[in-house]
Design a protein around this ligand. Structure first.
Ligand code: FCB
Length: 481
């Protein structure tokens, strides 16, 4: 439909994260992160026993990365800074200039070609030394993060106007502290998620206010946060299923979004009441979910210039069906509902990623109403294939076209959506799945020391959309036929 176009100033880009692409894990003074620690000390934690020591070697290939952005006609690129590359111990007393230089070169190379850089400050690679002090469970975390954030704003904010403090609090807190699915593998099911959630949003808010006061007046940019918002709809129209879906949304992302984006602030009501009640039954002297003081609530509420959304998938939620027993106090037991994906929704190579009809539209429409029409960026969206699939990725193309039709629908509705970043620019280290799950628009040959990058069919299709600003469903890239 050529009538429906993406606005000219729409940021159309792709995203990556430091640990997944950079390599150079200990080069030029970089310190150890929790990912370095886990892949080296517990290799079996990664499906194919691989690691990100070299990854796509962007530390040495950054000019080729920018060349790919140009090949795709992108006007934006979202990447993350490795905290331990600029502050090897995590602490501000020891700045690694070589790390700052690397990111300066990367940014300057983008700016040469009018590509707008978006920086994520934290994409999961906590300096190991800070983990040894408790990481996100230490209330001082906000101070360490503020020091680091100030360094990032000072070093790059003259040229970078979009900052994202944290990537995906759910994956940081629930997966890293409430379960054993991600480093630092704290696995404190009872309070890990909630304690981390509170400290994370406070750290975000302090960094936001610092940017607002100390940097915005001269730099004039924006600072926000990216939350993973997969869609959870009710299995049936029953009130019980609707409530189950609501509580699931609160546990999955409301506990991070509500304190920042809702009018009342604090953790979402239904879930906190439920956790308080369960905690009492379980013999705790107070709720496992911490409270915010009024002062903390006020600090956090409204502390974001935009809502970054990473969206991939959806599930249906039932109050009675598909429940998994959770024998110990945990977020999943607190949510106490069953989720599933219908068989007819196409499956990707990642167990958590299915192609659910209109999931992006549903998620954003909900957030838009719920949180009073914030500015949005889609900071990640994409599809996973296995590593032996080659360059013809028609399922990824179908996924992107459907998602981008949703974006056009949202723009038609007047949703204030300013940009879209495909995940990912090229194949990279997909965390626990190692190199077995591929989400890139470009293939990377990980056997090849040069880490050669080659466009997949989806790259040509994405380029066509980005360039012409509409979705041509019949377009077949000649180079691929
Ligand atoms: C998201 C992560 C990103 C990538 C995609 C597939 O949860 O933010 O780093 O791994 O999933």
């Amino acid at each position: 439909d050529k009538q429906r176009r993406f606005p000219d100033d729409f940021l159309f880009g792709a995203a990556t994260a430091a640990y997944q692409i950079e390599g150079g894990w200990n080069e030029d003074g970089k310190g150890e992160s929790i990912w370095d620690y886990v892949v080296h000390n517990n290799p079996a934690y990664i499906k194919d026993l691989s690691n990100g020591d070299i990854a796509a070697d962007s530390y040495h290939n950054y000019k080729r990365d920018v060349e790919i952005m140009r090949e795709l006609n992108l006007n934006a690129y979202r990447f993350s800074i490795a905290w331990s590359r600029v502050l090897p111990t995590g602490m501000i007393n020891n700045v690694n200039q070589a790390g700052i230089d690397f990111y300066n070169n990367y940014i300057d190379e983008m700016l040469k070609y009018n590509i707008t850089p978006l920086i994520t400050l934290y994409h999961w690679d906590l300096p190991q030394k800070l983990h040894e002090l408790g990481g996100f469970t230490n209330p001082l975390f906000a101070d360490w993060f503020s020091d680091y954030a100030r360094l990032v704003f000072q070093s790059f904010g003259d040229r970078v106007k979009h900052f994202i403090t944290f990537n995906e609090p759910r994956e940081i807190c629930y997966e890293g502290y409430g379960t054993d699915t991600k480093p630092p593998i704290v696995n404190n099911t009872a309070i890990g998620t909630y304690l981390c959630a509170k400290h994370l949003v406070i750290a975000h808010a302090k960094a936001y206010h610092m940017y607002d006061k100390e940097f915005r007046p001269t730099q004039g940019g924006q600072c926000g946060i990216t939350i993973s918002v997969n869609w959870f709809g009710p299995d049936t129209d029953s009130d019980d299923d609707k409530l189950a879906a609501e509580i699931t949304r609160q546990g999955e992302w409301g506990i991070y979004a509500h304190p920042i984006f809702s009018a009342e602030g604090g953790f979402p009501k239904e879930l906190s009441e439920r956790v308080a009640k369960k905690s009492a039954e379980q013999g705790y002297s107070k709720s496992r979910m911490p409270e915010f003081t009024e002062e903390e609530k006020a600090l956090v509420r409204g502390a974001s210039d935009f809502f970054g959304v990473n969206h991939y998938s959806a599930s249906l939620t039932s109050a009675t069906e598909h429940k998994v027993p959770h024998p110990v106090p945990s977020l999943m037991d607190d949510i106490d509902s069953g989720t599933y994906t219908p068989d007819e929704w196409p499956k990707s190579s990642s167990s958590w990623l299915t192609f659910a009809p209109n999931s992006l539209y549903n998620a954003l429409t909900h957030l838009n109403t719920r949180y009073n029409k914030p500015v949005f960026y889609i900071t990640e969206n994409g599809w996973s294939t296995s590593n032996d699939r080659g360059l013809i990725d028609d399922d990824r193309i179908a996924y992107y076209r459907a998602a981008l039709e949703n974006v056009l629908d949202l723009l038609d509705d007047g949703v204030n959506l300013k940009g879209y970043m495909a995940w990912s620019l090229f194949d990279n280290f997909e965390w626990n799945a190692g190199y077995t799950e591929r989400l890139g628009l470009y293939n990377v040959d990980f056997e090849d020391p040069a880490r050669t990058r080659t466009a997949k069919k989806s790259a040509f299709v994405y380029k066509h959309i980005v360039t012409h600003r509409y979705i041509d469903h019949d377009y077949e890239p000649e180079a691929m036929i």
